[in-house]
Design a protein around this ligand. Structure first.
Ligand SMILES: [Zn+2]
Length: 189
């Protein structure tokens, strides 16, 4: 279900329309695409777009809509800076790995079962970016809506190995004062 890439000029028109629904439609189209022509077209008019969008009440629970628009703008900048767009996964919680895989942006290379309180929970997925190969460890959770947390797989591994408890050091120094005291006070054999 890989759709056609969005049309850049249409995205720009929507973003400048001052109509909430059109702005949000364009926002999600930007969040879903890695298309160079579309993102470049938005970049070329970005200052104007940001001014226009600022004037619109975007609404949404918890002011989420405004945050999605901000993320779409960040994504356009990221693309212009030449960063791989997988970097955007770290900043936003609505990237569904299954959809990203369907768009061809990532490959799901592994599913790691998760058990919470003895019951199977949504598995973690290891995703590899199709463009740069960066691997992400993605957890899925649900609050008011289903969301995903993307972390670089190597960061998760480093964290996991750092949290392995190190065995407590056993003090073996026979000259330690405490031990000496104990010796003195114990009945001599
Ligand atoms: Zn990448």
């Amino acid at each position: 279900m890989v759709g056609e890439p969005p049309c850049g000029p249409a995205l720009v028109d929507d973003l400048l329309s001052r109509e909430r629904s059109r702005i949000l439609g364009a926002t999600w189209a930007i969040i879903r695409t890695r298309d160079d022509a579309a993102l470049s077209a938005v970049w070329a008019r970005l200052a104007e777009i940001e001014d226009a969008v600022d004037l619109v009440d975007l609404g949404g629970m918890l002011a989420l809509n405004g945050r999605h628009v901000t993320h779409a703008v960040d994504r356009v900048r990221m693309h212009w800076l030449g960063e791989c767009l997988c970097r955007a996964y770290l900043d936003h919680e609505m990237y569904d790995p299954a959809k990203e895989a369907a768009y061809g942006h990532v490959a799901i290379v592994e599913e790691i079962p998760v058990v919470v309180h003895g019951r199977p929970w949504r598995p973690r997925r290891i995703c590899a970016c199709a463009a740069c190969g960066q691997r992400y460890d993605v957890t899925e959770d649900e609050g008011h809506y289903v969301w995903w947390r993307w972390r670089r797989a190597k960061d998760v591994e480093a964290e996991a190995s750092a949290s392995v408890p190190t065995p407590r050091k056993v003090v073996t120094n026979p000259r330690s004062p405490a031990r000496a005291r104990r010796r003195r006070s114990s009945p001599s054999s």
